[in-house]
Every structure is written in C-alpha cells, then in structure tokens.
Design a protein around this ligand. Structure first.
Ligand code: E4P
Ligand code: PEP
Length: 338
C-alpha cells in the first residue's frame, strides 16, 4: 500500500501517519520527491484498511499497488520523473550526456577526459575512484585520492560528478564528494549497499545487474526508494547472453519497458554494453532513438594506456560525431540535449 501526500502536506502530517502505521504493527517508509512525498507501507494490508488513512490530514491518495515494487512503479506515479543532478535534469523532454573516464587515474588524465566530455556536449562527468574489478590483481581505483581529483575537475570544468560506490561503508565518504552515486552492475543486488545509498541523500544511478530481469532491477530500485530516496536513474548497460561478439548484449527494449513500468528516468551505457569503441556511437544513436533519457559514455585521452576498459573509450576523433548525435538526434524525438 502506498500513501501519496498532497503537495502542501506538512512534516507533522507525515509523522502522524508513520506513527499510526507503527501502532498497527507496520512500517512506513517515507520517500520525498521534488513535488510530492510518498509513504510506502509494509505490513498487514487488512490491518491498514481499518486505519482511515485517506481521511488523515495531508493525504491525497491511498493506493493498493499490485506490482511488487510500489514506490518506483508507474502505477503509483503516472507522470515520468525528472531527477536533478547538480542542476542538470535527467528525465522526459531531455537527453543528458554523462561522459568521462572509466577510471580516475591522474589529475591530468581526468581533466583532459572531462574537457573531451564537455566538448561532446556532456553536462555531467563520470569517473570511477572505486573500481569493481573482476580480478583482484587489476587496478582497483585511487579511492579517496580519486574523489579529490574529481572534485578538483568539477571545480575547473563546472561539471557535476557521477561516481561509483562499491561498499556500503564507503557511502558517506563517496557522498561527501559526489553529486550522484553510481551502483554498478556487479552490486545491483547488494541490498545493504542499495539501502545505504538510499539513505545518503544524493541522486543514484542504478545500473541493471548483468543477469537481472527488469523486475529484479526495479526491485533493486525499490530498496533505494524505500530508504527515502526517489531520485533514482535506471541505467541499462547490457546483459549476459549467449552472444560473445560483444562484451554484453545491449537490451534496447529494456528502455521502453522500464519506462512503462516505472516513473524513473532510464539511460543507456553504450560503452560497457558493447565493450568496443566502434560500437559506442552506433549504440548511442540507438539509445536516443529508443527513447533513453540519457547516455553515459567512457572517454579517454590515451585509451591504449588506460588502467581500465581502454578498448571501449571514445577518443578525440570521435567527439565531433558524439556532439553531432547530441545536437541532432534529440530534436528528432521532440527532446533537447540537457
Ligand atoms: C567498469 O568500469 C568495471 O570496473 C570494469 O568494466 C570491470 O572490468 P573487468 O572485468 O575487466 O574488471
Ligand atoms: C562503470 O560504469 O564504471 C562500471 C563499472 O560499469 P558496470 O557496472 O556497468 O560494469
């Protein structure tokens, strides 16, 4: 069951509901969106029905939601949401380019990559300081030093920072530097991490688990929403299939399906899905054509020396075409570049 509050509902109204639900043996999870507060109830629905919740001050609607994900479902929230990251929108009506290095390696490499990103039309900078690597012997990221570099580059370029957190214990640290927290494909069902980022008070980019169904992905988003954070952007980044010609298989149909089932914005990562530079621009075109609310792309000034994922990073020669895609494709679909 979900309670949708009126736009002018007060904190006292919300507290009264949380307390009443508690007396009925249930739990109430409060999620604050830009214009509305939504309260998800967990417990005995029959017991909640006796509480006259719809008559309480500040309540706009009480909805029995039939999907297993309540707070992120479109059933409960018919209008598609826009998530704001450092003043940049991700949502319907716009296409947002997030770009930068896969991993933060040095101040100079990060700054050069950020300038490349900006030249291509990016309004958000990506870059990993904590890297989730398959091999424990591979470069694991610079940790807090990398976060400091990202903060310096944000200062210099004005681009807000999207960066990954791989461990629940690091969430406060990463959140103290980042404008948006990323949860990667390998942690898409790390429920403790999802709850921790949900409580961190920063927008979250949630990648789809490489073996997650769309429903499992939305349930992962629900863990974040349940901890009070509705500022979640879903990211399709390719799934595991029998195909070995690409790193993963980009599931383009996941975009309209997720947008039909959930009010959350959906972006595509053409870099990690294709895994090869020459696929990134074609998949970026496909992403915008299918209705993605943005794309997140790896760029690197010297990919042959990259410490992570060099083969999929765009280089300087690719930037004019990425910029053209960002300029010309969104208007064809009635959108503008964010
Ligand atoms: C992303 O940036 C990941 O850390 C990277 O794609 C993992 O790749 P790996 O399997 O080579 O460690
Ligand atoms: C990344 O974007 O840096 C990343 C690790 O991607 P994914 O989780 O999709 O592999």
């Amino acid at each position: 069951m979900v309670i949708v509050m009126t736009p002018d509902a007060t904190q006292e109204d919300v507290d009264a509901i949380v307390s009443l639900v508690g007396t009925a043996g249930g739990s109430a999870f409060v999620s604050r969106g830009v214009s509305r507060t939504i309260i998800g109830l967990v417990g005995d629905v029959a017991q909640f029905s006796t509480l006259n919740l719809s008559g309480m001050s500040g309540v706009a609607d009480v909805i029995r939601v039939s999907t297993p994900y309540k707070l992120v479902s479109r059933e409960n929230h018919p209008e598609r949401s826009t998530v704001w990251v450092g003043g940049v929108p991700i949502g319907p009506g716009t296409v947002t380019l997030i770009a930068g290095p896969c991993a933060v390696e040095t101040p100079q490499q990060t700054l050069e990559a950020a300038k490349m990103a900006k030249a291509a039309g990016a309004t958000l900078l990506r870059g990993g300081a904590f890297k989730p690597r398959t091999s424990p012997y591979a470069f694991q990221g610079l940790g807090e030093d990398g976060l400091r570099i990202l903060a310096d580059v944000r200062e210099e370029t004005g681009l807000p920072v999207v960066t990954e957190v791989v461990d629940a214990h690091d969430v406060p640290l990463v959140a103290s530097y980042a404008d948006m927290l990323q949860v990667g494909t390998r942690n898409a069902q790390n429920f403790a991490l999802l709850q921790a980022v949900g409580a961190a008070g920063k927008p979250v980019l949630l990648k789809r688990g490489m073996s997650s169904t769309i429903e499992e992905w939305l349930m992962a988003a629900e863990y974040i929403a349940q901890r009070g954070n509705l500022d979640i952007v879903l990211c399709e980044r390719g799934i595991r299939t029998f195909e070995t010609a690409t790193r993963n298989t980009l599931d383009v149909s996941a975009v309209p399906v997720a947008q039909r089932l959930s009010h959350l914005p959906v972006v595509i990562d053409p870099s990690h899905s294709g895994g090869q530079r020459d696929l990134v621009l074609p998949l970026s075109r496909a992403a915008i054509a299918v209705g993605a609310d943005g794309i997140i792309v790896d760029v690197h000034p010297q990919p042959d020396q990259a410490l992570c994922d060099g083969p999929q990073a765009l280089v300087n020669d690719d930037l004019s075409e990425l910029a053209r895609i960002m300029r010309e494709f969104p208007p064809l679909l009635g959108r503008k570049a964010a």
